[in-house]
Design a protein around this ligand. Structure first.
Ligand SMILES: [Zn+2]
Ligand SMILES: [Zn+2]
Ligand SMILES: [Zn+2]
Length: 350
């Protein structure tokens, strides 16, 4: 994620900020060019500090669920990220924690949309286009079969995933090393883009099958087998997670999610100009992120940054007694899978 600058006082501003921490000016994110704008707080109109143009906030700002802005004369009430919401949690009960859960979900979703837009991917809303994408953030009622997942452009996320206690419990129950909202969203949206970018292109599909295997094998049977027999012994050689072994579609979605994780980590490091240089002579841990990964054609250069970066950040986390930020091993076979995603997305960025 990029870091931004206040248009009034030039202090750093972060993606989720509603105001500048230094001067108190209001801040709003403009998706069209990924800029954070700032506004004089004491006047009614939202006039940007740098360009003196008038904007309005996305309607979800009233819930502190969105800080994105749209042009004042736009016919839209919602920003490009919030237009994708089909179902949001029921906010009418003041006793429930739904508002807090929804805000957590929106933080993750806005980060996802930032990234998809940076890849220049088409993100039509399913509310307007049959082949579009939308999000259902729903509570599971007793005896309902609804689950977190993706089907035909609809990404469903159970709002209990936004409760950190329940999510951690699920992570332990499922013996996962990592479970986050942004991880869920990146994974599920991966299934949508498989349909959009792989499924109907014979050449791409053939490439996909040679790397991930044949996805035409029965999906529910494969999942049943996975839950019954578990993972092959040396799964880490070829798969980024245990779940990725269950079916080529899940392998794709897990790989896609990790690709987005890696791009975001390296982009963040780039904007902070992170430089890993241990205070003794070594080559293995040295790195400097001097480029925006979204502009790089060669994926090897990007992935090479990950090991020193994650080791450094993991060590800081360990200093604070919190889990590793990136508890995964990226093998050569996994790099090949990540490269497939990278090359699929490259032409869209030009
Ligand atoms: Zn400021
Ligand atoms: Zn919005
Ligand atoms: Zn999946």
């Amino acid at each position: 994620m990029k870091i931004f600058q206040c248009g009034n006082c030039k202090y750093s501003v972060f993606f989720e900020n509603y105001t500048c921490d230094n001067c108190g000016h209001l801040t709003g994110y403009r998706a069209e060019d990924r800029m954070m704008l700032s506004f004089e707080p004491n006047i009614k109109a939202l006039i940007s500090d740098r360009e003196h143009l008038e904007y309005k906030y996305c309607k979800n700002k009233v819930y502190d669920a969105c800080n994105w802005i749209i042009a004042k004369d736009s016919p839209e009430d919602y920003c490009s990220a919030c237009q994708l919401n089909r179902t949001i949690p029921n906010l009418s009960d003041p006793e429930s924690d739904n508002l807090e859960y929804w805000r957590n979900l929106e933080v993750a979703k806005h980060r996802l949309i930032y990234q998809l837009q940076k890849f220049n991917l088409r993100i039509p809303s399913k509310l307007k286009h049959e082949d579009g994408l939308c999000f259902d953030f729903v509570a599971k009622q007793d005896n309902e079969k609804i689950m977190t997942g993706h089907a035909n452009g609809v990404v469903t996320i159970l709002i209990k995933e936004a409760n950190s206690v329940l999510r951690e419990q699920a992570r332990i129950d499922l013996r996962e090393s990592y479970r986050t909202l942004v991880g869920h969203l990146r994974h599920e949206v991966g299934h949508y883009y498989w349909n959009r970018l792989v499924k109907n292109d014979a050449k791409v599909l053939a490439q996909f099958r040679s790397i991930f295997g044949n996805e035409s094998q029965d999906y529910s049977e494969a999942l049943q087998t996975y839950y019954k027999t578990g993972t092959p012994k040396d799964w880490q050689k070829s798969y980024i997670s245990k779940y990725a072994t269950s079916h080529p579609w899940e392998d794709w979605a897990e790989t896609w999610a990790h690709y987005l994780h890696i791009m975001d980590m390296v982009e963040t490091a780039y904007f902070f100009k992170l430089n890993v240089k241990p205070n003794f002579k070594t080559k293995d841990l040295k790195t400097k992120v001097s480029f925006d990964p979204y502009t790089k054609v060669n994926f090897d250069v990007i992935v090479r940054k990950c090991v020193p970066l994650s080791l450094a950040v993991n060590s800081i986390n360990r200093a604070m007694g919190i889990p590793d930020v990136y508890p995964f091993v990226i093998s050569t076979a996994i790099i090949e899978k990540l490269k497939f995603v990278h090359h699929l997305l490259l032409p869209k960025r030009r």
